[in-house]
Each structure stands twice: as C-alpha cells, then as structure tokens.
Design a binder for this molecule. Structure first.
Ligand code: ASP
Ligand code: MG
Length: 418
C-alpha cells in the first residue's frame, strides 16, 4: 500500500484534477490519497473568518466567490449534469454560511478550524466524485472521525493511541483498494474540528502512512523536488535527488518551505521513503527522503527567511542576563505562541529572531517585557542559513548585506542580516 498526497496546486483546477486521475490510474497498488484544499482556498477561507470576526458582513461575498470558483471547476469536470456532487458542494457552502452567521462568540481559533477545514472537505468530495465518474472506484473518508487531536485549535496535537486504532479500522482495505481523504484536519474528543497547522497535509499523509506501514509516500507538488536553494531566487538551484531523514528534518527546522517540520518523523520512525515529485511531470525522478547513513549533500544548502524581527532585551537593573530573566522572556514568548528562529546572548543582553508578527502581538510582547527589560527591535531582516557551508557560499549570500548576528556550528552557519 502506498500513500499519495496532492497539494493545493495539484488540485487547483479541472486540468490538475484530471492529471491526478491519470496519475492514480497508472498505479496498480492499493492507495490512500490525501488531498489539500484546492489552490488558494485555505487563504480565502482564512480571510472569510477574519472578516466575520472583525464584524464585517463582506464575508458573504467572499464566500460566494469561493463557491463559484469551486462550481466552475466542477462544471469543467462533470458538465452541468445532475451529478449528486453539486448538491453535496452546495450543502457544504450552506453549512459554512450558517455556521458563520450563527457564531457570536469570540473564540477565533475555534471558529477558524470549523470554517477553514471545509477547504479539504470540498476538495476531497470533488476528487472522489471525479475519480468515480472516471471509472476509479474509491471510498471517501472523513478523517475527522478518525484522526483525533487535543483541543488546541489551529495546532492540534495528535492523540496517537486513539488515532492509530481508528486509522487501522477505517482503512482496512477489506472492500476497497483506493481511499480519498483530507490532509490538515482532525477533531478533538468532543468532535470539534481541529487543524494541524498551516501546510499540515504532508504531515497527515506521513502519519497515516506510518500507522499503516505503507511502502512509500509520494508528495505530489508543483516543484520538481527538494532544491539546495529556492529556484525562484537562484538560477543555479540544484535538485537534491536524495537526502536523509535527518537532513530533511534539519532543513525544515531552519525554514525550508518544501518540507513541513512535522512531516518527516512519522516516516522516519517506520523507515518509509518519502518522495517529492512534480505532478506535472510524474515520470521524472524528483527527490527521495530516506534513511542514508552518514549523509552529506554534495553542495551547500541555502535557506532564506524574510521579514524577520530581531528583538534584544537588556534587564533594566543591568544585572547579567541569567536564567531568571530568560525564563520570564520565554514564558511571554510561549504565551503569545511566538516561535524563535535563532537566539543569542551576551553578558547584558539577549536577542531572539522571530518571524514577522501581527502588530497587536508585537505590542503585547513589548508591553509584557517593558517592566523588567529595555527592549530594542529591528524589523524587516533576513535570516540566512547555510547547511554544509563553504567560503564561496557564504560570500555569495552576504554580498551587500550588513551582518547583525552570526552563529556557526560544524554543519550550519546562520546570519541575521539587513
Ligand atoms: N490546505 C492547508 C494549507 O494550505 C493544508 C495544506 O495545504 O497542507 O495550509
Ligand atoms: Mg494548501
């Protein structure tokens, strides 16, 4: 059995879904197909939630636009006939609309998960119906019934014991060879929908694969594989045909966007190879992430994170920065769910580099710190990470930049630059 995961780009319109069909029809194995929301649907649903929570009624229009986009794709796939899928999709939109209308509370993350998860319900309904119409028998599964998480909305942590049990029962391949299900979503013990964090579908795919001991996972994306630098920024970006689990985890930790940080571990635990392939050219090799003893890529790997903010704190009493201060600082960061990408301390100050944050979050952070610390911050910086660095790689990345922080270990060098 193998697991295919199709990202948003690979189901974004009718042509893409037809390509998905041809990829699936070429496979002779038992399959679980995990699907993301179509195209930019997740962003659009996020915006709809934001409008509603701001008290603006314009979410109605945005929802209708999104519905029309889905219907347009469906007409291209199914014609304008009376396929039951149209009723299903209209029903889903009616439900979202009602949920938004009825919601009067202000638990943002809770309603976010309820609404945003619809993107995956829609895409999987449409993909499953299209495969059926095209002659591929398959079973649609609502993964929320099986993939159970805590009640941390927008970043659900999976309850492994319950989930393992459920998944083994739900995907038993007794009467079916092909299943279609959602990435990114689950539900808590009370049945409330949860999500696993943006771009979490890859993680769903490897998680299901590891529970069921899949032979491999293929993540179908709109890129040729894992590159040693962002091909949009560097003309000479090179594809990495293979890399170890360990290297993949490191790269995602430092911010390589192609790999979601949680994706690799489940596959590594069961030694399941994870392929990254371009759905537009399914016969090209792509990249594979697998167990490789003592792996070292042939060339440096570059990761650039933009829109970084560097926050430096100095205790007001000029005492040395000690554990007491650090624990205070980190408890505020933790409370605000701010993730630290790099940190550095000196005798009297401590600096953290984080992703850009909403202005009210920054305000809250600064006001939480201001009693004990003098705080300085610098916005719009870049965090450059080079794995397996060499002098040439370093000078290329630093050309014209001013270095604010440098950190070097055996395999990795990082710079915060302006
Ligand atoms: N649709 C979700 C997102 O865009 C999950 C995913 O694509 O992995 O974040
Ligand atoms: Mg997506």
């Amino acid at each position: 059995m193998i697991v295919y995961k199709f990202g948003g780009a690979s189901v974004k319109d009718a042509d893409s879904i037809k390509r998905l069909y041809s990829i699936v029809s070429n496979s002779k194995e038992n399959l679980i197909i995990v699907v993301s929301a179509m195209g930019k649907t997740t962003n659009k649903l996020e915006r709809i939630v934001a409008l509603k929570m701001k008290g603006s009624n314009s979410y109605h229009e945005a929802l209708i636009d999104l519905m029309n986009e889905h219907i347009k794709t469906m007409k291209e796939l199914f014609g304008s006939g009376n396929n039951a899928i149209f009723d299903i999709v209209y029903g889903i939109f009616a439900e979202i609309s009602k949920q938004l209308e009825d919601y009067n509370d202000n638990n943002y993350d809770f309603i976010y998960d309820k609404i945003v998860s619809a993107g995956e319900i829609l895409s999987t309904r449409i993909v499953s119906a299209y495969l059926s119409v095209a002659g591929i028998k398959n079973r649609w599964i609502d993964i929320r019934k099986h993939l159970k998480t805590g009640s941390e909305f927008r970043e659900g942590t999976v309850d492994m014991i319950v989930t393992e049990n459920n998944i083994k029962k739900a995907f038993d391949f007794a009467n079916d060879n092909i299943y279609v299900t959602q990435g990114f979503i689950g539900s808590d013990s009370e049945g409330n929908t949860t999500t696993l964090g943006r771009e979490g579908s890859d993680y769903s795919a490897t998680l299901i694969a590891s529970i069921l001991d899949a032979g491999k996972v293929i993540l179908w994306k709109d890129v040729d594989g894992v590159f040693n630098s962002d091909p949009k920024l560097f003309k000479d970006a090179k594809i990495m045909k293979e890399l170890s689990y360990h290297e993949a985890i490191e790269l995602s930790f430092y911010g390589a966007k192609i790999i979601h940080p949680k994706t690799i571990k489940p596959a590594q635990n069961k030694n399941i190879p994870v392929f990254i392939k371009n759905f537009k050219v399914p016969d090209t090799e792509g990249s594979v992430i697998r167990y490789i003893e003592g792996f070292r890529p042939e060339f440096p790997v570059f990761i650039v994170k933009n829109e970084q903010i560097l926050i430096s704190v100095t205790p007001k009493d000029y005492s040395f920065v000690v554990e007491k201060h650090l624990s205070r600082l980190f408890s505020i960061l933790n409370k605000l769910k701010i993730k630290v990408n790099l940190m550095q301390n000196s005798a009297v100050s401590f600096s953290v580099c984080c992703d850009k944050m909403e202005s009210n979050k920054l305000k809250e952070l600064l006001s939480g710190l201001k009693n004990e610390f003098r705080v300085l911050y610098n916005k719009n910086l870049e965090l450059i990470t080079i794995r397996h660095y060499n002098d040439e790689g370093i000078s290329r990345m630093l050309k014209g930049k001013q270095i604010l922080i440098e950190q070097r270990s055996r395999n990795t060098i990082q710079f915060v630059v302006k």
